[in-house]
Write a protein that binds this ligand. Structure first.
Ligand SMILES: [Zn+2]
Length: 301
């Protein structure tokens, strides 16, 4: 069993020897990370080190404290004003209430309002659920949709989730770029003289490992090629994985429903309403601070 080369406990040996000769040699906790890394194939180098912890540290830098505090103060004002509160749906008000309550306002010091914790307001919608899904079997979900604009961390988060899932289950996973996959499929279909497809790979060769991967990330799902054969192959991949109940995580720049309103979104051309329905009902992780998102809905963002 291999350890992490830079692990301070085992220095890569994978085992920790107790100074007491009567104590058994212990397997170092870092070996689980190494297993996760090896099992989660195809993760591009820039996301290889991603973990939930590193994502959260990065997220906090990108969504600084003051912005979150301002949003909490605005939410509180909104909820306390009967006039304003009546201008938006009760369900929304109760969600805001819940977050404000969890953040826990403390007595003002030097006129500066303070909050016990910012996390419930700051984290992305669905973030906790994704994390607990990778950590236990109790969260039933086999289709995840992680969306946010470029630079919002969606691919890093998908890579972190894949690694965590592989680490817990000990089963292999795969990370695939939909853009690259589209290109490789087109090479298979149209490159009759095999200038690109020099290994004579078939569609089946390309898709079979993706169908079989116990856990799969399809990164940049909305960047698929508009070629109808490519679209059909990707839809079949999702159908297959759905029927086998194998978990799949998709990333995109927008929510599934918003994409389906666009005429240029390739899957709408398949006339496959059950696929569109499934995508729109996937477990969603929206990469914006949840409170900011809710405030925007009230029009008070
Ligand atoms: Zn170690």
């Amino acid at each position: 069993m291999k350890g992490r080369a830079d692990c301070p406990q085992c220095r890569g040996a994978g085992v920790v020897v107790d100074p007491d000769p009567l104590k058994p040699v212990a397997v170092c906790p870092c070996t689980r990370e190494v297993v996760a890394q090896e099992r989660a194939g195809g993760i591009p180098g820039r996301y290889a080190a991603a973990t939930f912890e590193s994502f959260w540290e990065w997220w906090k830098l990108h969504h600084p404290r003051q912005g979150v505090v301002d949003a909490l103060d605005r939410a509180k004002t909104l909820l306390e004003s009967p006039l304003l509160r009546d201008t938006f749906p009760a369900e929304l008000a109760s969600k805001l209430d819940h977050i404000v309550h969890k953040c826990g306002r403390l007595a003002a010091e030097d006129g500066q309002p303070a909050w016990k914790t910012l996390r419930p307001a700051r984290e992305p919608q669905g973030f906790q659920l994704l994390q607990s899904w990778t950590r236990n079997d109790r969260t039933a979900a086999d289709l995840w949709w992680i969306d946010g604009p470029p630079g919002s961390g969606r691919s890093s988060l998908a890579a972190a989730a894949l690694k965590a899932w592989c680490g817990r289950t000990g089963r292999p996973g795969h990370f695939a770029s939909v853009r690259e996959l589209s290109q490789r499929l087109k090479d298979v279909y149209y490159d009759v003289r095999s200038y690109q497809n020099v290994d004579f790979i078939s569609e089946r060769d390309l898709m079979a490992p993706l169908q079989a991967a116990p856990c799969l990330v399809l990164d940049d799902w909305d960047r698929m090629d508009s070629d109808i054969r490519v679209v059909r192959a990707l839809a079949q991949l999702l159908d297959h994985r759905y029927s086998e109940a194998r978990p799949t995580l998709l990333t995109a720049a927008k929510g599934a429903y918003a994409l389906q309103q666009l005429e240029s979104y390739p899957p709408t051309r398949l006339d496959d309403t059950s696929l569109l329905h499934r995508l729109a009902n996937a477990q969603r992780v929206e990469l914006r601070p949840v409170l900011q998102r809710l405030l925007d809905v009230t029009g008070a963002g």
